[in-house]
Design a protein around this ligand. Sequence first.
Ligand code: PEP
Ligand code: MN
Length: 272
Amino acid sequence: MPDFPLSQRQSKTDRTFVRVGNLELGRDFIVIAGPCAVESYEQTFACAEQVSRMGGHLLRGGAYKPRTNPYSFQGLGPEGVDILVRCARQHHLGVVSEVMDDENLRQMQDTVDVLQVGARNMQNFSLLKRLGKLRHPVLLKRGLAATVDEWLWAAEYILKEGNPNVILCERGIRTFESRMRNTLDLAAVVWAKQRTHLPVIVDPSHATGHRDLVTPLALASAVAGADGVMVEIHPTPLDALCDAAQALTFEQFSELMKKLTELLPHLGKSMA
Ligand code: PEP
Ligand code: MN
């Protein structure tokens, strides 16, 4: 049996496009942006407005946060999902949000367009099997210390249950390097693009942990062949309740969109 029977690419043209509303992830380049955590209606509305105004495609935001420290802000829960979806719809954006368990899933499956499996849950096999029984697009983040094979086997868990709509997301891995929050593994992006038919996106926010590194690495991700990027933004990053150091200001986000739009045609790609 091949290592990755369901995700491996059969030919050069074998590619899966994951449909989210009018978008086809894996075809043209997409930008997902939004706050790390939904904190309030005003904060999320401002982010949605900025994403839409700058030509971003999907609004992200965590309502259930898998925080390493149990005393950190855990997210607004059901109210957060409601705020995120309302703000996105008002700006005609689809929604990406993290699901951690069955109870979250029940609250999210009717309204959230893309269900995110966070790095800390990449090997939560019962969650993966459960998501495999749905048709929702699943954004599968690479685990903090997962090899590329382990990441792809996690994708196989979802595919094997019958859900073909898997989007891979490289978000940096833990190495001995400590200046950066994680080490962005762009070789893994190239590897996954060459060997699988699945869309592959990059999250340079969690990969670096520093807002000033996000734009250069988002551009590098596009050059490496990623199908899109997911970045964290905040109207006032220093006040962010979660991941303040990596949130782009609105000005930085607009600069990122401008640079990506200029770069993509040189790579034979276009913004969705
Ligand atoms: C997130 O996207 O908000 C998140 C928690 O990311 P990760 O699972 O990659 O740490
Ligand atoms: Mn975050």
